[in-house]
Design a protein around this ligand. Structure first.
Ligand SMILES: [Zn+2]
Ligand SMILES: [Zn+2]
Length: 223
């Protein structure tokens, strides 16, 4: 519930910024995009970052969010306005402007994290943002992403994600008692125990995310 309240707060915040910061002729565009992503924490973080902290906003609205790459719940996204393109790094907790698209110098470690060898490789693979697919909310029925922690099909969940299946009992890992049993403790409070749990999970073989694990209220929207 707390999460939903937070999302509603970000929506109204972004709405205000669009009304006061964006030129009148572009407000509708910005509000439409906000409407489209109004339940998606990651896109909302991105919009908030854009409208609040862009060094020079040009009073423009975001017209499109492009999906460039994602790994382990971290997204590399393109933001397009009427006259500019920007590159952002985003999670459902925060978003960071990396620079104007195609002009920024990217951290080599960041590029390697996302599977690029270097800057040229990166730009060669996605030279024009319009050719990248549009970012799709993880809650959309066709999404390849875990709706909670946003990892992709085949990846391991972020530890603690309620969608992760327990490899010991096939139940819900965040709900069943296996983690306490395996660690021989009554509750999980410290960092060391969490690390040990991660190690035990890997030893046993963690269950990667597949679409069939989506909570049914998300996979069957019309039933
Ligand atoms: Zn997950
Ligand atoms: Zn279990």
């Amino acid at each position: 519930m707390q999460v939903l309240k937070k999302i509603a707060e970000i929506v109204s915040e972004v709405e205000l910024f669009i009304q006061y910061g964006v030129q009148a002729s572009e407000q509708q565009i910005g509000l439409e995009l906000l409407q489209r992503y109004r339940n998606d924490a990651l896109a909302l973080q991105l919009m908030r970052a854009f409208y609040t902290s862009l060094p020079e906003t040009h009073e423009e609205a975001i017209g499109r969010i492009a999906m460039i790459r994602q790994k382990e719940g971290i997204f590399l996204l393109g933001v397009t306005t009427a006259r500019h393109n920007y590159l952002y790094l985003a999670t459902d907790q925060q978003a960071l402007l990396l620079g104007e698209y195609g002009q920024e110098v990217l951290d080599p470690e960041l590029l390697v994290f996302f599977g690029y060898t270097d800057s040229d490789d990166f730009l060669g693979k996605c030279p024009v943002l319009a050719s990248c697919e549009e970012y799709e909310p993880a809650s959309a029925p066709g999404s390849r992403l875990c709706p909670v922690c946003l990892v992709a099909t085949g990846e391991y969940h972020l530890l603690g994600c309620p969608v992760e299946v327990c490899p010991w009992c096939d139940g819900q890992l965040s709900r069943c008692g296996c983690r306490f049993e395996q660690l021989g403790v009554e509750e999980l409070t410290d960092e060391d125990k969490l690390e040990e749990l991660e190690r035990l999970l890997e030893e046993k073989g963690r269950v990667p995310y597949i679409r069939e694990h989506r909570p049914s209220y998300l996979s069957e929207p019309n039933e």
